[in-house]
Ligand binder design. Structure first.
Ligand code: KIV
Length: 284
């Protein structure tokens, strides 16, 4: 039986320099595998738009998409801290809309906290959501929802001007009341400095060592094949296993090798009685 961790555990883990493990999940099976494997946290990311729904960016993802996947993940991982991602335009417009939509993730999908993208410019939204009693994780660096403004899915903070802006973003997220922050695709030197500067836990995806690591399950399991970011380490090639299994199934059905007697339900009354009944139908 897994013991669910919470904010006080994550803060203590930072103090004790213990790594937090974090993975995305979008459905019941992967969520349950992650919980069984002993993961500390799960993110139901709006990356689901790309790795599950087949869009070429995350922006088309709706609140309803997120709610549906969050609910499935919660059913798969009842004893894990789960972060629900706020999709594009669910929080940008106003504090009221942000609080309303964050509340839906908590109330309807039983999420433990929410994550939203941005630093200085979303600080008022973070403040409003936290004031409503909802724990928030910030997300800065490569923020996929604003990839258009960033010139694509590009690493951030590689020059001093941009790094300075990201440090201000990190401070703004902390001051607004977020209990932790995710930094994505920034240089490890900058990540180390932000970890040192902030009192809240700092998690990394593609940003080197930090207080914990996040991976996209579809990348690390080898399920997403459109592209593989430089920072991904693939721990399995599930796409290859699945494709090969389906290829074998197609071959066996075509060759009459499946199904066999082992894959059917047998009758529980004498065959003669069935044959009699079939004959009655033929004659009617
Ligand atoms: O949606 C997501 O999975 C994310 C990660 C890319 C950090 O926000």
């Amino acid at each position: 039986m897994v013991t669910k961790k919470g904010i006080t555990d994550f803060v203590r883990m930072k103090e004790e320099k213990k790594q937090v493990t974090w993975i995305t999940a979008y459905d019941y099976p992967v969520a349950s595998f992650a919980e069984q494997a002993g993961i500390d946290m799960i993110l139901v990311g709006d990356s689901l738009g790309m790795v599950v729904l087949g869009y070429d960016k995350t922006n088309p993802v709706t609140m309803e998409d997120c709610l549906s996947h969050c609910k499935a993940v919660r059913r798969g991982a009842p004893n894990t801290w789960i972060v629900g991602d706020m999709p594009f335009m669910s929080y940008q417009v106003s504090d009221e809309k942000a609080v309303h939509n964050a509340g839906r993730l908590i109330k309807e999908a039983d999420m433990d906290c929410i994550k939203l993208e941005g630093g200085v410019r979303v600080a008022p939204r973070i403040r409003a959501i936290v004031a409503a009693g909802i724990p928030v994780i910030g997300h800065i660096g490569l923020t996929p929802q604003s990839s258009g403004q960033l010139g694509g899915f590009k690493a951030q903070g590689r020059d001093v001007k941009n790094a300075r802006a990201l440090i201000k973003d990190a401070l703004a997220v902390q001051e607004a009341g977020a209990y932790s922050i995710l930094v994505e695709a920034i240089p490890p030197e900058l990540t180390a400095f932000i970890c040192e500067l902030l009192t809240i836990p700092v998690y990394s995806i593609g940003a080197g060592p930090a207080d914990g690591q996040l991976v996209i399950c579809s990348d690390m399991l080898g399920l997403f094949q459109a592209f593989t970011p430089r920072f991904v380490k693939q721990y399995a090639n599930v796409a290859e296993i699945e494709t090969e299994a389906i290829r074998t199934y197609v071959r066996e059905v075509r060759a009459g090798l499946f199904p066999t007697d082992a894959h059917v339900y047998h009758i529980i009354e004498p065959l003669e009685q069935f044959e009699k009944m079939f004959q009655e139908f033929r004659e009617s």
